[in-house]
Write a protein that binds this ligand. Structure first.
Ligand code: ATP
Ligand code: MG
Length: 411
């Protein structure tokens, strides 16, 4: 910011960092707004890359970090190749530059439109953002419907910020969402994938999920998951996803990492399981039925949110390893143990066992099997009717709605 100033430009901290600092929180990153245009920024910083077509801005790199530097946006007089709306009112491009007074109105929420001025250490507020910040209100700047139409992703951002900050969505803003939710389906799937990760990997996944469903946004992101949630099977509520979201939030709270593919595998597990069941009913063997189902579900999902190849591959592995856990005899278990995706698949099995989708005894067996020494492992995988099936002295009740009712393989 001082470098920009020295070169004769204005520079302000803006957006999430000002908002979060005012709450006494550590900002996730820093965004800078300036009257220097992207080319001018590039000339001032050697370590600078210009990104984005729809919304061109500069990333100024410092080691592994970068700071996003955006040029003030202005309101274009008429549409041209720099600023463009489509017929639904969506901004296809917003690269008309302007002054800070104009820039304010292009921002999404009032609390995101506070500018910290390094010249006199003041906060510049044109939209009543400070007042909304005090009362914990998330309010769109301008007419909510127009602003949501301009960029439907703002609906997802509304939910993300409301949950993260513990703010209330302003009534007018809230009201427009259900009827405009469908507009999200026109957003490039890659952008929706990025936004999905922000929504679910920030430590408030469960609350976010509930709020997205409440406003009818979730079904646009994960249509197959939404439909599967509506189907009750043997009175079992669909708990796996809830549990996965909870676990993920707890891990983040403990400072541990969470992987996107694991959570996404949980999102789409019900659709995969249901499709696999259908495939089996048509005579496919279990293993193939799951492979096919995985492929079909992913093909449908990427119409909504993109899934990078390495992510969808990992998801498929987690899913297709599930039926393999039921084979406990001979060399199969030791081979499964060496599979590179074993750990994630095993965690997924625990999740299923925890929520009525797999036999807890099976999950237990795998826990013990991993901890056992070599001799013990060999004993555990020897065919012996007694120890295999009637260990606890009673017949296991394999639930009908699981895919682990193939345990009969072992006997
Ligand atoms: P986070 O804590 O997630 O970084 P943020 O508010 O900083 O939150 P960014 O995506 O980093 O969000 O964007 C920085 C700022 O740019 C926002 O605070 C907002 O003022 C503006 N902005 C970002 N995306 C949009 C959008 N889709 N429409 C309008 N303004 C936006
Ligand atoms: Mg930011």
């Amino acid at each position: 910011m001082y470098r920009l100033q020295k070169s004769g430009f204005d520079a302000y901290l803006v957006g999430g960092c000002v908002r979060d600092l005012l709450l006494g929180r550590e900002p996730k990153d820093f965004d800078v707004a300036t009257n220097a245009d992207p080319e001018q920024i590039r000339k001032i910083f050697r370590n600078c890359r210009l990104i984005g077509r729809r919304f061109r801005l500069a990333h100024v790199h410092f080691g592994r970090e970068f700071i996003e530097v955006a040029t003030f946006r202005g309101a274009g007089e008429e549409q041209n190749d720099k600023q463009m709306l489509n017929k639904e009112g969506r901004l296809l491009r917003d690269n008309v530059y302007g002054t800070i007074e104009e820039d304010v109105w292009r921002r999404d929420f009032t609390v995101n439109a506070l500018y910290y001025n390094i010249r006199d250490f003041s906060v510049v507020d044109y939209t009543g953002g400070m007042e909304d910040h005090k009362t914990g209100t998330l309010r769109l700047i301008g007419d909510p419907e127009t602003r949501f139409r301009e960029d439907p992703v703002r609906m997802l951002r509304a939910v993300r910020f409301a949950v993260k900050l513990g703010f209330k969505l302003h009534r007018d803003c809230e009201r427009s969402i259900p009827e405009l939710a469908e507009l999200l389906s026109n957003i490039p799937s890659a952008r929706l994938y990025d936004e999905t990760l922000k929504l679910f990997l920030s430590g408030y996944a469960l609350q976010t999920f509930e709020m997205l469903r409440h406003y009818g946004l979730f079904k646009v992101l994960f249509p197959a998951t939404e439909s599967s949630l509506a189907i009750e099977e043997n009175g079992f509520p669909k708990l796996l996803l809830i549990k996965a979201l909870e676990n993920s939030d707890n891990r983040i709270a403990e400072g541990k990492t969470v992987t996107a593919y694991f959570l996404l595998a949980a999102f789409l597990w019900e659709p995969v399981r249901m499709q696999a069941k259908e495939n089996m009913a048509q005579g496919m063997v279990e293993y193939v039925a799951y492979q096919e189902a995985a492929g079909e579900v992913i093909t449908r999902q990427i119409k909504s949110t993109a899934l990078p190849r390495h992510i969808s591959m990992a998801m498929r592995e987690v899913w297709s390893l599930q039926p393999r856990f039921t084979a406990r005899l001979g060399s199969k278990p030791s081979r499964l143990l060496t599979h590179p995706r074993f750990r994630a698949a095993y965690d997924f099995l625990l999740l299923r066992a925890d929520t009525g989708g797999a036999d807890p005894e099976l999950a237990d067996w795998w826990t013990r099997y991993q901890e056992a020494g070599e001799t013990e492992q060999r004993k555990m995988t020897q065919p012996s009717r007694k120890t295999q099936h009637n260990k606890s002295g009673r017949k296991r009740n394999y639930r009908k709605n699981t895919d682990s009712n193939t345990a009969g393989h072992e006997t």
